[in-house]
Design a protein around this ligand. Structure first.
Ligand code: PBG
Length: 320
């Protein structure tokens, strides 16, 4: 006697009834890059079919997002001016702050999440304030609070700190609350690994560190118990959503976070994951659409409630 598992695979009707995980456009968050200047919609070489937009052309992508059914975006800004303390990151007239106001004007519905970090804004390309070639944790916290407040003031719906400084969630939560932003949630890049998969993004965001690497603040790829320590700290400090990043090579971490906490889990399918598929598809080696959707499905199956992905708009179309 043996079990006939194939009975429930006989045709699409029964397969769809027993399907445990299904992707929908609601699952996706689309990363959007904004640059200074005018009349710019320029394809990002390292992230094919993703673009740098100047503020005056954001209406084009806002329309695409609305039509796709994707509800959320995460914003990245590339300033013209960089300095030691990343002062453009908390300038009320900085690139991100202007972009938030513009998108809000163009669409009431798009949910605007902002990446809070300094690496795109500092001349040295690190995610904080540098002393003796080391990122000073506690001094950086003050800057992260200023950046978060300037985003909230411009109209951001959610703040997503990606710097990996200790104590940042507590500091940002307190700053938001004190300034009347108790209703703004924080999505914490909690388990953010020091990963080679960020390569194409750093080209897109012009944020490669000018010396050293990010190993003193981002996590070692071999560690999963440490991810739980990071996540526990962020929950204690008041995070509303926990993120695991990258996604594809860290599905086990996503599953752990799902099983061991009651928090909503975000997965960031990062630039390297996207660019690998694009490159292989261009060479005719794989079926891009099927591979991309299968990868995204695996992240949701692993436990992700939402997925940040450069495929967001395409995947939403493919699912229709
Ligand atoms: C900023 C930040 C990075 C990414 C998101 N926010 C780069 C980094 O940490 O070096 C990477 C995203 C991607 O690769 O798609 N700190």
């Amino acid at each position: 006697m043996f079990n006939r598992h194939r009975r429930l695979r006989n045709n699409e009707a029964i397969r769809s009834m027993v399907r445990e995980t299904v992707l929908t456009p609601d699952d996706f968050i689309y990363p959007l890059f904004v640059v200074e200047g005018e009349n710019i919609k320029k394809e990002i070489t390292s992230l094919p079919n993703n673009y740098h937009y100047s503020i005056d052309r954001l209406h084009e992508v806002v329309k695409e997002i609305e039509e796709s059914g994707v509800k959320g975006i995460i914003l990245f800004g590339i300033p013209d001016h960089k300095d030691e303390v990343g002062s453009e990151s908390y300038n009320d007239n900085g690139i991100i702050q202007k972009a938030i106001r513009k998108i809000r004007e163009l669409s009431k519905d798009i949910y605007i999440i902002t990446d809070v970090c300094m690496c795109e804004y500092t001349s040295h390309g690190h995610c904080g304030i540098i002393h003796d070639e080391n990122v000073d944790n506690d001094e950086t916290l003050d800057y992260l609070c200023r950046i978060s407040l300037s985003h909230a003031k411009a109209g951001a719906d959610m703040i997503a700190p990606s710097d990996m400084m200790d104590g940042r969630i507590a500091a940002i939560r307190e700053a938001l609350d004190k300034n009347g932003y108790v209703h703004i949630p924080i999505m914490s890049y909690s388990a953010k690994y020091c990963s080679a998969f960020y390569g194409p993004f750093r080209e897109a965001a012009n944020s490669t560190p000018q010396f050293g690497d990010r190993k003193t603040y981002q996590m070692d790829p071999g560690n999963i118990r440490e991810a739980m320590l990071e996540i526990e700290s962020d929950i204690m400090e008041g995070a509303d959503i926990i993120m695991v990043k990258p996604a594809l090579s860290y599905l086990d971490v996503i599953r752990w976070a799902k099983d061991k906490t009651h928090m909503p889990i975000a997965a960031y399918s990062v630039s390297g994951e996207y660019s690998m598929v694009k490159a292989a598809a261009k060479m005719g080696l794989i079926d891009e659409k099927k591979i991309a959707l299968e990868m995204l499905l695996s992240m949701k199956r692993a436990g992700a409630d939402m997925i940040i992905t450069y495929y967001a708009l395409d995947a939403a179309k493919w699912l229709k």
